[in-house]
Design a protein around this ligand. Structure first.
Ligand code: F6R
Length: 613
């Protein structure tokens, strides 16, 4: 999830672009760059780090021009470095491209272009766009340079696959900026004698609130005196701007009141982005050949907090799909307990930030014990990814809210992809079983889109219960970790007392804290343990609990007999169900915290990244 801003107008574009990039930093912040058309020459400045570093470098280079583009990066292909920062150029340096998204077939395209003599300077997928446009310019005919560039861009779009939004400048067409949108966001801001292209409205809201939201497959041609939009068939489309009434802060949150809420709603897209690499060859990532993968005898999952809960779900996945025994440790515990140095052990560290000191310490210990190490991480170039033998990136975009939501569901999805890979590689899964499971995985994002529609229902429910002193969450099997996560989320943002338990355990002690009116959340999709969960509902109800059941369609009828409230979540494969079941609990935490007036995005005493032991 990177940030793009482009400007065409009568003023020097540099201050507009630097300011726009600062306002887009919430979308990514590992490196940034700017390209300005100075006459017929493109001047590019790039810097590693936050936009402030780029600003310093730009002041020194002092480029000036009325047309320019900028980019703040959240690395997906290639580590954060100056060479990998955008804008990227073709061989001639006359074409520059900034891009947000993933070009799935970039390796094939890169090979093809290299065989035609193109020289690549970065490890990114983006650079293929610049070279493809260069190549296609040689093969298209048009009356003028603008039409030639447009045709080359249209031809390029037919060749690239994936989700992308990009902006292009060509030294031969000053005063023209082209924007393309396909499954990644791209908007146009219409000003007076100036127009803007951006990934998101806050980039230019200071200058105009008249916005065109581009649709997938559309191309926008921006000039100083107007914007032309072509639909997916290349036909000119009537331009209908929308007037945005958001203030700057609301705009950064995509119109949501808090980042936490925005990130809950980001989940269908986040899952889709995670799934783009779900068929990854983990053997290659880890540097293990087929024999090395087949020989794996133990897996140690290490993580903290929410990521630890993702690891707990992962244990069920790997043991069921790959038949390999898994232990899951809190990183802070793993480091200080005696771990037998058994051969053929893989240690998997799960972390959103990749900077959590406990997790890094634990994975270092795993390395010392001679284990192969894998990071499942959201931040390319982070310390964890540099420490491990290989990394699978969750690709869910920057998570700003301290309370983790989209990273959690992307982490579980990633471990599922790992479990499927291992199961197929070691023969535990037949081809048919693999295909069936993979099909289920691909349907996940759609189910997630349905799940986020539950906000209103959950919000309504919280009116009744938000003043309760304590909340209980119960689940079994793959949904036991979801009970833990539901409780953690609620504690974090609302400061209420909340506990999660394995439902079968309550009779061994925890039931004593259930009192008249205690809200008890039962996470119980209609699966093989449903009947047992029904008994747990009855036990809680008998103690006066206010029972809320989260179940799938087939469980609703029976759940109604034992619950005060039933929430129906979309159905997926049983193993994938926790990824969906957690969504109403995320809304629950959010709405209770909101009703209690808590600081939702920055809860007291907590930090997004815990870099101390
Ligand atoms: C909870 C939360 C924390 C983190 C934990 C690990 O919402 O965000 O519990 O999950 O601090 O952080 P990462 O994943 O960055 O290692």
């Amino acid at each position: 999830m990177c940030g793009i801003i482009g400007y065409v107008g009568n003023n020097n574009s540099v201050p507009y672009i630097i300011d726009g990039l600062k306002r887009l930093e919430y979308r990514g912040y590992d490196s940034a760059g700017i390209s300005i058309l100075q006459g017929h020459e493109l001047v590019t400045v790039r810097a590693v780090g936050k936009v402030a570093e780029l600003e310093k470098a730009t002041l020194l280079a002092n480029p000036k021009g009325n047309t320019g583009i900028g980019h703040t990066r959240w690395a997906t292909h290639g580590k954060p470095s100056e060479e990998n920062s955008h804008p990227h150029t073709d061989c001639t340096g006359d074409i520059v491209v900034v891009h947000n998204g993933i070009i799935e077939n970039y390796l094939t395209l890169r090979d093809k272009l290299e065989s035609r003599g193109h020289r690549f300077k970065s490890e990114t997928d983006t650079e293929v766009i610049a070279h493809l446009i260069e190549e296609n310019l040689l093969h298209v005919r048009a009356e003028n340079d603008q039409d030639r560039l447009l045709k080359a861009v249209q031809k390029t779009n037919k060749e690239i696959a994936g989700a992308y939004a990009y902006g292009v400048l060509w030294a031969r067409t000053p005063g023209l900026l082209i924007g393309v949108k396909n499954q990644s966001p791209m908007v146009v801001g219409l000003g007076k004698d100036e127009n803007f292209l951006a990934s998101d409205v806050p980039a230019f809201l200071k200058h105009t609130n008249k916005v065109l939201f581009l649709e997938d497959g559309e191309i926008a041609l921006l000039h100083v005196d107007g914007v032309t939009v072509l639909d997916k068939d290349g036909k000119e489309k009537e331009v209908k701007p929308v007037k945005i009434s958001w203030d700057q802060q609301t705009a950064e949150k995509g119109g949501f009141a808090h980042f936490m809420l925005k990130e809950i709603y980001d989940q269908p897209q986040a899952i889709e982005d995670t799934l783009r690499t779900a068929r990854a060859d983990f053997g290659k990532i880890l540097g293990l050949d087929t024999t090395g993968i087949r020989e794996l005898r133990n897996i140690h999952i290490i993580a903290c907090g929410t990521a630890y809960h993702a690891g707990l779900v992962g244990k069920y996945y790997i043991e069921q799909l790959a038949g390999i025994p898994v232990s899951v440790d809190l990183a802070s515990e793993y480091k200080y307990r005696a771990i037998p140095p058994l051969p053929h052990t893989l240690a998997v560290a799960i972390s959103q930030s990749g900077e959590t000191a406990d997790t890094i310490g634990a994975i270092k210990k795993a390395k010392e014990l001679g284990f192969r190490t894998l990071a499942i991480c959201n931040v390319l170039g982070s310390t964890l990814t540099r420490t491990c033998d290989g990394t699978f990136f969750t690709h869910c975009g920057p998570e700003i809210s301290v309370a983790s939501t989209k990273a959690f569901t992307s982490q579980i999805t990633s471990v599922y992809a790992l479990a499927l890979f291992l199961g197929k590689a070691n023969g535990n899964l037949s081809q048919a079983a693999f295909d069936k499971a993979y099909k289920g995985l691909l349907a996940l994002s759609k189910a997630m889109s349905e799940a986020v529609k539950l906000e209103y229902e959950v919000r309504h429910l919280t009116r009744k219960i938000y003043k309760a002193d304590r909340f209980i969450f119960l689940g079994r099997n793959v949904n036991f970790p979801i009970a833990l996560e539901g409780a953690l989320k609620l504690k974090e943002v609302s400061y209420r007392s909340a506990e999660g338990f394995a439902a079968g355990e309550i009779k061994h002690g925890p039931i004593s804290i259930i009192d008249k009116g205690t809200p008890v959340f039962m996470i119980m999709p209609h699966d093989s343990l449903f009947e047992k969960m029904l008994s747990a509902c009855q036990e809680c109800r008998a103690r006066g609990a206010f029972v809320v059941v989260i179940t799938t369609k087939n469980g609703v009828k029976q759940a109604k007999d034992v619950a005060d409230k039933v929430i129906t979540v979309p159905q997926t494969d049983d193993l994938l169900q926790p990824i969906i079941d957690v969504v109403p609990l995320q809304f629950l935490a959010y709405w209770i915290a909101k009703r209690l007036g808590c600081d939702i995005d920055q809860p007291r005493n907590l930090a997004k990244s815990v870099t101390v032991e």
